[in-house]
Unconditional design. Structure first.
Length: 202
């Protein structure tokens, strides 16, 4: 059973007409979930909803999520652990945005990530699926790693029509994002999928 919760704080008014649904899945993510959610709520692109699917966590993940007071955050609380891709599908099913984006519960996003990506997609209407480069931060050592060939296949942004036409992720435990990216290219054509040099994901 899944319970949907929403907080009460009013949104800021945004000039954008295109809503972004950001889907985050979480399982035993108490160490990083507060930071991950906070970097989303601090986006300069304001017209979004953040759907966090708590995949039957056994730690304090749910309690931390419930401590936020922002109406853009919606918590989908699952009583059974089903894995990342099933949980992503659940978030997609409940999404309302013109765009659907995916982030992980242990990562951070630059405040300008979605402003930058949506601007690119609005200027390139043929693009249905975006992947970006990323930084990797090693908390233990403070080292920052990046290469210009990195591919963020696990945290793409897609137009809603992608989901409407090809459906959801396969409910597998691993590599579902690779399969979904390839399915997009097979169905819509390779020209509709782009990797851009946008290092806004950490």
């Amino acid at each position: 059973m899944v319970k949907i919760r929403s907080s009460n704080k009013n949104n800021k008014i945004t000039m954008s007409t295109d809503k972004v649904s950001i889907v985050m899945t979480a399982f035993n993510s108490e160490k990083y979930i507060k930071r991950a959610v906070s970097t989303i709520l601090n986006q300069t692109y304001e017209n979004f909803e953040l759907l966090v699917v708590n995949d039957a966590s056994k730690d304090n993940t749910l309690e931390i999520l419930k401590s936020f007071n922002d109406s853009r955050l919606k918590i989908l609380d699952s009583s059974r652990n089903s894995g990342t891709y099933y949980s992503r599908n659940l978030g997609m099913f409940h999404s309302k945005g013109d765009y659907i984006a995916f982030v992980d519960s242990d990562d951070m996003t630059s405040p300008n990530r979605f402003t930058s990506i949506i601007d690119y997609m609005e200027k390139n209407k043929e693009v249905l699926h975006i992947e970006t480069r990323y930084f990797r931060f090693y908390e233990e050592t403070g080292d920052l790693w990046f290469r210009d060939w990195t591919r963020g296949v696990g945290f793409p942004v897609i137009r809603r029509e992608v989901m409407d036409e090809i459906g959801f992720f396969l409910p597998v435990r691993a590599n579902g994002d690779m399969e979904y990216a390839q399915r997009i290219k097979n169905h819509f054509g390779k020209h509709t999928s782009k990797i851009i040099n946008d290092f806004t994901y950490w």
